[in-house]
Design a protein around this ligand. Structure first.
Ligand code: NAD
Length: 484
């Protein structure tokens, strides 16, 4: 099966922070891949806009290097690469001052879709919106793409929403959560709402519990300064894990359109119970084998910021009352592995007796490092040894059925940027969703701040502090192994 690529309309895209890490690793290579796929064509202009002194040729060289570093085969697509680089321009712009804005206004055309990607530090989001307006770059056709973090609590998120709303309508604001751009996350919606098979079972009557794990093997690296002010709850739980929880728990929207989907997600967040203090475990990694501890890495001996958080959440509505959601995320864990596991209840009566053992269906949505969906089913162990049961995975990645081309998923950023150009906000967070998620997270954070709890130490390469294991053990359940 050959994938259908529908080219987007010609556009002008300005990447504020076009020389930064995200532009280098994700945005520019992603745009190049879409160009190679035939999705970007015609008179398109992509402008890097940042503070660093550079000219357009310098930016093209920078982009060529970034693309080659991310895609070993880019060198073999020389003709494509040259054509793509010819679309690139560079303007020195100061988000906080007046430099470069006239030039930017001059080269950004108003007779087409204009998108401005805010790939800069969050303190610059407001000033950028303001200056786009001042320089006549914000009209009805304009879209802005806002990176994470979107605020650090409800108050700051509200303020940011307010500033953006002064110059842009909600329909023009694309708040990125790149987890939503993952192929498998969208496939989760296709599996739930495109089949009859799962939805009737998708409730507390049949689902024992749900686990969401986003585990990283790396530490905070060079982001220590930012991270120590944020922590795992703000950096990952409030946004990425919350979004995944919403997609799992939401009611079927009447239509697959941005507001129907986002209305349903919002209802899930609103249905979340406050998290009880006993239902949250925070951790901080220790050093090992020459790898520094969290506190050493962030250069703060007394830091009480968590690099790991696990919690039990409850969605109080008819569908989910009684089914807990266990969420955990952290750094320096055993492996880089992210998945959602929907663990179904035991069959009500085992006709095969005790010796057949306990078997459960588990639907696993794997997000990292490889995307895929797997359904664990119980079958008879082959052979003449009587009725012994065994669990086998029904692999639903469909790589074989769809062909290798289809299995070569576009990176989340590629898809999301194309959605911005297409004007489709379904996979972007709406302002009220973000605020509601902060209201929930703020309460959890206020709880541990008030108690003065310190995060528990955990070993590098482990599954987090033992108390996180206890969070499930006490309910007679177990976390799934963290494995890629
Ligand atoms: P970075 O520090 O590598 O790059 C920052 C960019 O902003 C540079 O191009 C710099 O020239 C430009 N800049 C700084 N001050 C400016 C000013 N006054 N006017 C104009 N340009 C200015 O940052 P990054 O890692 O690329 O991150 C960019 C944004 O993306 C941040 O909001 C970050 O939180 C978010 N983000 C980054 C990653 C990642 O993997 N790097 C992942 C998720 C989200």
């Amino acid at each position: 099966m050959v994938s259908r690529v529908i080219p987007v309309d010609p556009f002008d895209l300005v990447i504020f922070g076009g020389t930064g890490d995200l532009a280098r690793r994700k945005i520019l290579p992603g745009l190049f891949r879409r160009y190679c796929a035939g999705q970007i064509e015609g008179d398109v202009r992509i402008t890097g806009a940042a503070r660093g002194e550079m000219d357009t040729q310098g930016y093209r060289d920078f982009a060529a290097e970034a693309i080659m570093a991310s895609d070993q085969s880019a060198g073999t697509k020389k003709a494509h690469l040259d054509e793509f680089l010819a679309m690139l321009h560079y303007v020195v712009v100061d988000a906080m001052g007046d430099d470069g804005w006239e030039e930017l206004a001059r080269i950004t055309r108003s007779d087409r879709i204009r998108a401005f990607y805010f790939s800069v530090a969050p303190r610059l989001f407001g000033p950028l919106a303001e200056r786009l307006h001042q320089h006549g770059l914000a009209d009805g056709q304009t879209r802005i793409v806002v990176e994470k973090p979107f605020g650090r609590d409800l108050k700051t998120a509200r303020e940011l929403n307010r500033v953006l709303a002064e110059h842009f309508d909600e329909s023009q604001i694309y708040r990125i959560d790149h987890y939503l751009g993952k192929e498998t996350v969208q496939n989760l919606m296709a599996i739930r709402f495109g089949n009859m098979l799962f939805e009737p079972l998708w409730n507390s009557q049949y689902v024992d519990h749900i686990q969401i794990t986003v585990a990283e093997a790396v530490g905070v690296g060079g982001r220590g300064d930012y991270y120590d002010r944020a922590g795992a709850m703000r950096d990952m739980m409030q946004n990425h894990l919350m979004q995944l929880l919403c997609l799992i728990a939401m009611e079927p929207p009447a239509k697959f359109n941005p507001d129907s989907v986002r209305d349903e997600k919002l209802k899930v967040i609103r249905a979340l119970d406050p998290v009880a203090p006993d239902d949250v475990v925070r951790g901080q990694y220790e050093g090992s084998g020459g790898r520094p501890s969290y506190r050493n890495q962030v250069g703060n001996r007394d830091s009480t910021t968590e690099s790991f958080v696990a919690l039990r959440a409850r969605v109080s509505n008819w569908r989910w009352a009684g089914t807990p959601f266990y969420l955990r995320t952290g750094k320096r864990l055993k492996e880089r592995a992210s998945e959602i596991a929907v663990v179904f209840k035991d069959a009500p009566h085992s006709i095969f007796g005790e010796e057949a053992g306990r078997h459960r269906n588990i639907l696993t949505i794997k997000l990292q490092p490889n995307e895929g969906i797997e359904l664990g089913v119980t079958i008879k162990e082959p052979g003449p040894g009587g009725m012994r049961l065994v669990d086998v995975p029904l692999d639903m990645t469909f790589a074989e059925a769809l062909g290798p081309e289809e299995a070569d998923f576009p990176d989340a950023y590629e898809r999301l940027i194309m959605d911005v150009i297409r004007g489709n906000q379904t996979l972007f967070m709406r302002g009220d969703e973000v605020e509601e998620a902060w209201a929930w997270a703020d309460e959890v954070i206020a709880g541990w701040e008030k108690r003065g709890d310190d995060p528990l130490p955990y070993a590098t390469g482990s599954a987090g502090p033992d108390d996180a294991l206890m969070l499930m053990h006490r309910d007679g359940r177990r976390w799934r192994e963290i494995k890629a």
